[in-house]
Design a binder for this molecule. Structure first.
Ligand SMILES: Cc1cc2nc3c(=O)[nH]c(=O)nc-3n(C[C@H](O)[C@H](O)[C@H](O)COP(=O)(O)OP(=O)(O)OC[C@H]3O[C@@H](n4cnc5c(N)ncnc54)[C@H](O)[C@@H]3O)c2cc1C
Length: 424
């Protein structure tokens, strides 16, 4: 399970040291995933001195394990965002999240990252006629926002996916795919080039007030900085009270076939889009740059990913494309996704000079990158009112310690809703 496809195929990581001794900076970023790396890059580009501490390796959290689907927008649709956050802030969130995929592809190009990337669109397939209604409403909303969104009927979506299990759907052509570990490593290289100092195998073990700033300690050193950005998302430990319990952690698992022959490949996702479904307990899939089929879905309740979970994904592949019946599988891996109860990412000021961005609900490749730009603006002194995300309290999952039975119940509930064809 460890490492998976991306560790085997991504361009090499930059050679980074472990923190030894005491250093000072304007800003210390904790966490070397997309959020922390984007925050470090964009803060350094604004002229501040930045140190980033990563407990393990660059991208060793969710950022180096995900499906690499770069999807703009959020779970909430533009009209819902404007309803809940008001015309001005709602509009800004729509613009930020809607532009997040373009931001990723622009960064890859601008920094000449060694990262397979393709802006081939994201298809959302409707698993029922009821779900199709809500999907079409979403597509029409994004069309009104000026997004390159196309609605698919049953025949069109079958042509695009190579199977006829969907009632219809839509494609958002702003979206696409990357090798996520290569992207994380590319961001790290860009941040170093911009002047940020990155340290790996340097877990932050404590944060304390130090004069008018903060001191963040590791086992072998410490960083004295005016401001701290905590970017540890679903991989948070006990570093800051309440951070680990701010989200519901759930496992997501992926498998990848060996590279498929060209004839077979052309019968699956010929347009090069990535796909997810309207089901709440959905699967997500795509081809990678070498023509492997990747299939991902919900993982087990425990840390251990057993054969039953993998078999479910293999069965899904065979159900969608029976001609892949005897295709061998090369990789299987898993990671933790953080879910917030309101399905929204959150920007939170934890104390004066300490800020965090978290809560991407399984759709973080694009939004983490955008969050990093918002964190950088805030760290560089942009007033809260001018940020493109609202500051909120740190979310809290009630009864976090005994969440397992509730998650099990929620899964049963969503399985029932999926079977009834209700939208996720
Ligand atoms: C299996 C899987 C599939 C997914 N698929 C997709 C997808 O296809 N598309 C999509 O948009 N999103 C997807 N996601 C979600 C996406 O990967 C995440 O939203 C995103 O990577 C979160 O990035 P992050 O930088 O906030 O957190 P992370 O990448 O998790 O980074 C947090 C980092 O903090 C470090 N850390 C923790 N504590 C400390 C400490 N005390 N000191 C120093 N460092 C610390 C960790 O080691 C880790 O590297 C998927 C997630 C998973 C797990």
């Amino acid at each position: 399970m460890e490492g998976g496809l991306w560790a085997a195929t991504a361009a090499a990581a930059p050679d980074l040291p472990t923190l030894e001794g005491e250093v000072t900076a304007d800003v210390v970023v904790v966490g070397g995933g997309f959020t922390g790396l984007s925050a470090a890059l964009h803060t350094a580009e604004r002229g501040l001195s930045v140190v980033l501490l990563e407990a393990d390796k660059i991208g060793s959290g969710a950022s180096g394990r995900n499906g690499g689907q770069v999807i703009p927008g959020l779970k909430m649709d533009p009209s819902e965002l404007r309803r809940d956050y008001g015309q001005d802030m709602g509009g800004r969130i729509v613009k930020l999240s809607g532009g997040a995929a373009d931001l990723v592809f622009d960064l890859i190009k601008r920094h000449a990252m060694d990262c397979p990337a393709k802006q081939g669109g994201w298809i959302q397939g409707a698993h029922s006629k009821i779900a199709l209604k809500s999907v079409l409403a979403r597509a029409e909303e994004w069309q009104r926002e000026g997004a390159p969104a196309t609605i698919f009927d049953k025949k069109m979506i079958a042509d695009e996916t190579g199977h006829d299990f969907y009632e219809g759907g839509w494609i958002d052509r702003r979206a696409g795919q990357v090798n996520p570990l290569a992207y994380a490593r590319g961001l790290a290289r860009a941040a170093v080039k911009a002047g940020a100092r990155l340290f790996v195998r340097s877990r932050a073990t404590g944060i304390e007030k130090d004069g008018d700033g903060w001191r963040v300690k590791t086992a072998t050193g410490s960083v004295r900085a005016g401001q701290v950005a905590l970017c540890t998302d679903a991989y948070s430990d006990e570093l800051w009270p309440g951070l680990r319990t701010a989200q519901v952690p759930v496992k997501s698992v992926q498998i990848a076939t060996t590279p498929l022959g060209h004839n077979v490949r052309s019968r699956i996702l010929p347009g090069g889009a990535v796909v997810s479904e309207t089901r709440k307990l959905a699967v997500y899939y795509r081809l990678d740059a070498d023509g492997r089929l990747l299939m991902g879905g919900r993982g087990p309740m425990s840390e251990h990913v057993g054969n039953a979970t993998l078999d479910t994904l293999v069965r899904t592949v065979r159900r969608l494309w029976p001609f892949l019946d005897s295709t061998p599988y090369e990789y299987a891996w898993s990671g933790t996704v953080g879910l917030t109860l309101d399905h929204m990412p959150h920007l939170c000021r934890l104390a004066p000079g300490v800020i965090t961005g978290l809560g991407y609900n399984g759709r973080g490749v694009a939004m983490t990158t955008a969050m990093g730009t918002v964190l950088a603006k805030s760290l560089a002194g942009t007033p809260d009112a001018d940020l493109d995300l609202p500051l909120s309290d740190l979310p809290k999952v009630p009864l976090f310690g005994i969440r397992q039975p509730f998650i099990a119940l929620a899964i049963q509930y969503h399985r029932l809703r999926d079977a009834m064809g209700l939208p996720g």
